[in-house]
Design a protein around this ligand. Structure first.
Ligand code: AHM
Ligand code: MG
Length: 334
C-alpha cells in the first residue's frame, strides 16, 4: 500500500531530526523533487506538445540541444531559485555559472546539475533522467570569478538523480546512505521504496560502449577482453553486458543489482578529457556509489578527489561494485 511508505518530506524531516540535515536543504530537495515531477510530465507529453526535437542550438560542449534539454534546464533553475541559500547554479546546458547571490557566504549552497541526461534517447522513447549535486560553502566566494565554483566532489553534502522511465524515481544521498523513492501517481508524492541501497561487492555484469574498443587504453581493453572470454578465460565465469546510453539508467541498475560502469578517457576523446562531466555527472554519481558501498575511480584515483579546473570539465569514469573497480585500478597500476 503506498500510504505505508514514507513520503519524501517525512523521510527528510526524519533526517533533519536524526542527522541534523538543514531545513533549507530539506526545502531545496523538495523543490528539486518538484522540478523532477514537472520534467517527467513534460517528457511524457513531449510528442503532443511537439517538443521532442532539436532546439536548434548547441550547448558549451558543442552538443545539439533538444527542446526538452532547454525546458528541463528552465524547470531545474526556477525551482532551485526558491531556496534562499542557493548562491549559484552550474548546469550542463548553460555555458557560464548562473550567480544568484551577489555575496555568497559560508553555508550557502551551489547546485550542479545535468537537467536531462541521456537526451539522445528521447526520440526513441527510452528512459532519461536528471542528475544533481549540492556543495555547501565553507568560506565566502567571489561571484565575479566563475572559478569560485570549482570545488572537489569531497565537498558535496548531497547528490541524487531522477529517472523518467516506466516510473519516475528519485534517488538521493545526504551523506547517510542512499535512498530510492518512486513517484506515486495517485497521491503525486515521492515515496520511499528502496531505503539503504547497497551495491554488491562482486558482480558479473558490466556497462561500456564497446564500439570504442579500438580507442581504449590497454587496461580497459584487458578488463573487457577478460570479461567476454567466458568461463574458459582468466575470470573463470561469464559476464553479462548492458549499455543504455543513459548514465542514470546504467547507474540505477548497478545500485539495484551491482555491476560496473565505464566511460574511460580514450584516444578518441582524450583531447576533450573524456566524455562525462566531472561536476554534474561523475561527482554526484561517485558520491552515491561510495555511499552505497561501491567505488568511483578515474582508473588512477578517486573521482571525488579530482580538483576541478573548469565548470564543464570531463573526466574518466569507472564506478560500481567495489571488487571490480579495485581490479581495474590494479590493471592501470600494472
Ligand atoms: P548527455 O549528458 O549529453 O546526455 O551525455 C551523457 C550520456 C550518458 O548518459 C551516457 O552514459 C553517455 O552519454 C552515452 O554515450 P555514448 O553515446 O557514447 O554511448
Ligand atoms: Mg549528461
Amino acid at each position: 500500500m503506498p500510504h505505508s511508505r514514507p513520503t519524501l518530506r517525512q523521510f527528510l524531516l526524519k533526517e533533519y531530526r536524526t542527522h541534523g540535515t538543514e531545513k533549507d536543504l530539506v526545502f531545496l530537495l523538495e523543490d528539486i523533487a518538484t522540478a523532477c515531477r514537472v520534467i517527467s510530465s513534460r517528457i511524457r507529453n513531449g510528442s503532443f506538445a511537439g517538443n521532442l526535437g532539436s532546439a536548434g542550438s548547441t550547448n558549451v560542449q558543442g552538443e545539439t540541444q533538444k527542446q526538452l534539454d532547454v525546458i528541463a534546464n528552465e524547470e531545474f533553475e526556477s525551482h532551485c531559485r526558491n531556496c534562499s541559500r542557493v548562491a549559484a547554479l552550474v548546469s550542463e546546458e548553460v555555458d557560464e555559472v548562473t550567480w544568484i547571490k551577489d555575496k555568497p557566504a559560508v553555508g550557502d549552497y551551489i547546485v550542479y546539475f545535468d537537467p536531462l541526461d541521456g537526451s539522445s534517447n528521447l526520440d526513441v522513447n527510452l528512459s532519461v533522467g536528471s542528475i544533481f549535486s549540492i556543495v555547501q560553502l565553507k568560506e565566502a566566494i567571489d561571484p565575479s570569478d566563475d572559478r569560485s565554483v570549482l570545488l572537489p566532489g569531497t565537498e558535496q553534502i548531497c547528490a541524487g538523480y531522477s529517472i523518467y522511465g516506466p516510473a519516475t524515481s528519485l534517488v538521493i544521498t545526504t551523506g547517510f546512505g542512499v535512498h530510492g523513492f518512486t513517484n506515486h501517481l495517485g497521491t503525486g508524492e515521492f515515496r520511499l521504496v528502496s531505503p539503504d541501497m547497497i551495491i554488491p561487492e562482486d558482480t558479473n555484469e558490466f556497462a561500456i560502449n564497446a564500439s570504442r574498443h579500438s580507442f581504449w587504453d590497454q587496461p580497459i581493453q584487458r578488463y573487457f577482453d577478460e570479461c567476454v572470454s567466458g568461463p574458459e578465460g582468466p575470470r573463470g565465469k561469464s559476464f553479462n553486458m548492458r549499455w543504455t546510453a543513459s548514465m542514470v539508467l546504467d547507474i540505477h541498475r548497478i545500485l539495484t543489482r551491482g555491476g560496473v560502469f565505464l566511460y574511460p578517457v580514450d584516444s578518441a576523446n582524450s583531447a576533450a578529457g573524456g566524455k562525462l562531466r566531472l561536476l554534474y555527472e561523475a561527482n554526484p554519481m561517485g558520491y552515491l556509489m561510495e555511499q552505497a558501498g561501491g567505488l568511483a575511480s578515474t582508473g588512477r584515483g578517486r573521482i571525488l578527489d579530482v580538483v576541478p579546473t573548469s565548470s564543464h570539465q570531463r573526466v574518466s569514469v569507472i564506478l560500481g561494485s567495489k571488487n571490480e573497480v579495485t581490479r581495474i585500478e590494479e590493471y592501470f597500476r600494472d
